[in-house]
Design a protein around this ligand. Structure first.
Ligand code: HEC
Length: 109
C-alpha cells in the first residue's frame, strides 16, 4: 500500500493546481453563468442595466450577494427583486454574485 499513499496526495495536489487554469482557458459556461442568464433580461449580460434598472456591473460579489439575500428575506424592499431572489438557494446566490463580480475583469469597458 506504499504506492497508494504516495500517489493519492500527488493526485489531489495536481488537481488543485490544474483546475483553475483549465477553467480560465476553456471557459465553459459554468453554473454561475447559467443562473445569471435570468438576470440578463433586466440587468444586461454583464450587469450594465439599460434604462431605469440599477446597474450591477462593477459591483462586488459581496454587494450582490447581500442585496439578493436582503431582497429575498424582505429586509430590503423592492418591486421585483424580492420575488426574483426567492427562487435561489444561498449557494446559487453565491455563484451568481461571483459571476457578475468577475464580469469587470474581462475588459468590457
Ligand atoms: C424583472 C427584471 C429584473 C430581473 C430579472 C432581475 N432584476 Fe435585479 N433589479 C431589478 C430592479 C427593478 C431593481 C431595483 C429594486 C427593485 O425595485 O426590485 C433591481 C435591483 C438589483 C440589485 C440592487 C442594485 C443596487 O444598486 O442596489 C441587485 C444587486 C440585483 N438587482 C441583482 C440581480 C440579479 C443577480 C438578478 C438575477 C438573479 C436580477 N437582479 C434579476 C430588476 C430585475
Amino acid at each position: 500500500m506504499a504506492i497508494k499513499s504516495r500517489v493519492f496526495p500527488l493526485v489531489v495536489f495536481s488537481l488543485i493546481g490544474v483546475l483553475p487554469v483549465s477553467t480560465a482557458l476553456a471557459e465553459p459556461p459554468g453554473q454561475g453563468a447559467v443562473l445569471s442568464a435570468s438576470c440578463a433580461g433586466c440587468h444586461g449580460t454583464d450587469g450594465r442595466s439599460p434604462g431605469s434598472i440599477p446597474p450591477i456591473y462593477g459591483r462586488s460579489a459581496e454587494f450582490i450577494r447581500t442585496s439578493l439575500e436582503d431582497f429575498r428575506s424582505g429586509k430590503r424592499s423592492s418591486t421585483v427583486m424580492g420575488r426574483h431572489a426567492k427562487g435561489y438557494t444561498d449557494e446559487e446566490i453565491a455563484l451568481i454574485a461571483e459571476y457578475f463580480a468577475n464580469r469587470q475583469d474581462e475588459g468590457g469597458d
